[in-house]
Design a protein around this ligand. Structure first.
Ligand code: UDP
Length: 256
């Protein structure tokens, strides 16, 4: 676990069978598109919100980083002639739209939430304040981190690793389209096999497409395990929290 004075280091596991006390879930914008080509699918948002609610009810403190690729990616804007930094700010604004829609879905289910944005927009949500975010989680509120890191040339994967480190999370969950990390893209290669466990270094040296290299490096530095699982299997987030189900875990070689 990352060193963090605000985190309870008593080692007490939460009630409800979870092995983790505080986790960050990264959901890509694309996961929220469902079968659509662009934008948000309300059924998909509801499904993710239900997964989060189940884990909150297990007694796990949960925070979220939501991507924005379903609406805008900076690199695409840059390819069409826009200045890269401006395009990236548009991408960050897209993540705020997604965060607000996730907040609304969770609140409708009775889950208390706060959105904190790395780009302050005071009439829409709170600004990012680390200690305040920790306090919210201690009160069982789900904190949704919007606008990535607040800096162009970064991604929401890196934002996820950064916030997980700052929050003292004991797990960084990456919800993907498949149930873990594979030797090759399982949608293209029928011989691809799933890894049960990997080290950060293996992910980097084999150039496995899990998260950006900078996100992996940050998680490695702070010894935060990364757990990769499918967002399309109902109940899997809770299963992973209990150490069951199908997922790939990425940790230090010498740990766990
Ligand atoms: N972005 C950025 N800085 C950040 C996070 C995101 O500039 O710290 C921009 C970047 O343009 C990116 C877009 O926001 O393409 C959407 O984020 P991302 O591509 O990570 O979303 P995802 O792939 O998870 O949907």
């Amino acid at each position: 676990m990352a060193e963090n004075a605000a985190v309870d280091t008593s080692g007490a596991a939460p009630e409800g069978g979870a092995r983790y006390k505080r986790v960050l879930l990264k959901v890509s914008g694309e996961a929220l598109m469902g079968q659509r080509d662009y934008g948000l699918d309300p059924d998909m948002i509801r499904q993710v919100a239900e997964e989060v609610r189940t884990v909150v009810r297990m007694g796990v403190q949960v925070c979220l980083v939501i991507g924005g690729g379903n609406i805008f990616r900076g690199i695409k804007g840059a390819a069409s002639g826009m200045e890269r930094a401006s395009a990236d700010y548009m991408g960050m604004l897209a993540t705020v739209i997604n965060a607000l829609s996730m907040q609304s879905a969770l609140e409708r289910m009775g889950v208390s939430t706060r959105v904190q944005s790395a780009i302050p927009m005071s009439s829409v949500c709170e600004p990012y304040i680390r200690r305040r975010a920790i306090r919210h989680m201690e009160k069982s509120r789900v904190v949704i981190f919007a606008a990535g890191t607040g800096n162009p040339f970064f991604t929401t994967d890196t934002a996820a690793a950064l916030r997980a480190s700052e929050m003292g999370c004991d797990g960084l969950l990456k919800a993907t389209q498949v149930d873990g990390v594979y030797t090759a893209d399982p949608k293209k290669d029928p011989n691809a096999t799933r890894y049960e466990r990997l080290s950060y270094l293996e992910v980097l040296s084999k150039d496995l497409q899990v998260m950006d290299a900078s996100a992996i490096a940050l998680a490695r530095e702070n010894h935060i395990p990364i757990l990769v699982f499918s967002i399309h299997t109902p109940g899997m987030f809770a299963e992973v929290m209990a150490g069951k189900g199908k997922f790939t875990i990425i940790t230090d070689e010498e740990r766990e």
